[in-house]
Design a binder for this molecule. Structure first.
Ligand code: ADP
Ligand code: MG
Length: 310
């Protein structure tokens, strides 16, 4: 029986620059095609850290060196990253599917994710973005209302908020494509963060965690399974310590205990486990799987990975 699956791809699925991405997407496409070949309906989301960093640096350099250009808003940089990653990923997937004799359209949806303007994250921006700056450049940004932190002698860096995703603006588009049998890439980089102002959607300088956005999308499309693919085969407690223990099958309750005990690194494994717990608890029968990109097929077959279910 085919399942409805959201696959969230981590940094290793895309590499760190253009040439790396061209190579990485080929292997990533195989992992995704394995699941499509088994008859599952698939929506793919992905991170964009290195890519949005690259675009933001390039646009900042341009504005600094050519007076014809102004700084590009971060929301625009996220949109650019969705387009460029989607382009590589959808073509790699299309080709891999055709090589296997599967004729399925693959498309990328530029996805906006509405956040709450009152989200407490806006009071405490923590996510560093872009290149290091001088004191003068930092002062200019502060005057514009941006947040800047000094990074232990290395210079100044802009920081932005990481609010929780609330609604997915293009949800009906994603659903329609899925229902017509297509493969969809959506919510890239956690989505383009926007706030709703009446009929207007205003882009905000923030970064939504892709694991939380994927979890939200999986709930809203009523997926059976959220698969978070990353650079480890299983989640561990006491990670990297002599008493490290790999986890195969845990309940949301147990996962929450491990979270409270501080087993998962903030900004890396913690949001994945939190997203997995939220999805597993969102409706009966739903489960989440965290595993290595190359092990997606074995993971869904129950042979490996960390499964979180009630
Ligand atoms: P992404 O794949 O989305 O880019 P990250 O690279 O940020 O994700 O986070 C995944 C990494 O988190 C793993 O490769 C691993 O090195 C690290 N990690 C931190 N804590 C744990 C843990 N408790 N169990 C397993 N991996 C962990
Ligand atoms: Mg990473």
């Amino acid at each position: 029986m085919g399942k409805k699956i959201v696959i969230a791809l981590g940094g290793n699925a895309l590499g760190n620059n253009l040439p790396e991405q061209m190579v990485a997407v080929k292997e990533t496409a195989k992992a995704i095609a394995d699941l499509i070949e088994e008859g599952h309906e698939v929506v793919v989301s992905h991170g964009n850290g290195p890519q949005v960093g690259m675009i933001q640096k390039a646009m900042t350099w341009l504005a600094k060196n050519d007076s014809k250009y102004t700084l590009a808003p971060l929301s625009v940089c996220v949109a650019m990253s969705q387009g460029y990653i989607g382009y590589d990923l959808q073509n790699a997937l299309r080709e891999e599917l055709l090589n296997r004799g599967i004729k399925k359209a693959v498309s990328t949806v530029l996805t906006q994710v509405a956040v709450d303007p009152e989200d407490p994250a806006f009071q405490n921006p923590t996510k560093p973005i872009g290149a290091f700056m001088s004191k003068e450049e930092a002062d200019q940004l502060i005057a514009k209302g941006d947040h800047v932190v000094e990074d232990a002698g290395r210079g100044y860096r802009r920081v932005v908020a990481s609010p929780r995703p609330r609604d997915i603006v293009e949800l009906d588009v994603v659903k329609a494509l899925l229902e017509s049998g297509q493969v969809v890439i959506a919510c890239g980089g956690g989505g383009i963060p926007v706030i709703e102002q009446g009929n207007h959607l205003k882009g905000v300088p923030a970064v939504i965690d892709k694991d939380f956005a994927s979890c939200r999308m999986a709930q809203l499309i009523q997926a059976d399974c959220l698969i978070i693919l990353t650079a480890v085969e299983k989640v561990a407690v006491n990670f990297g310590k002599p008493n490290q223990m790999w986890l195969s099958d845990i309940t949301p309750e147990l996962a929450r205990e491990y979270i409270a005990e501080g087993h998962f690194a903030p900004g890396s494994m913690l949001p994945k486990v939190e997203a997995a717990v939220e999805f597993a608890e969102s409706a009966p029968g739903r489960y989440a799987l965290i595993t290595l990109l190359e092990k997606a097929k074995d993971g869904i077959a129950g042979k490996t990975g960390t499964t979180i279910h009630q």
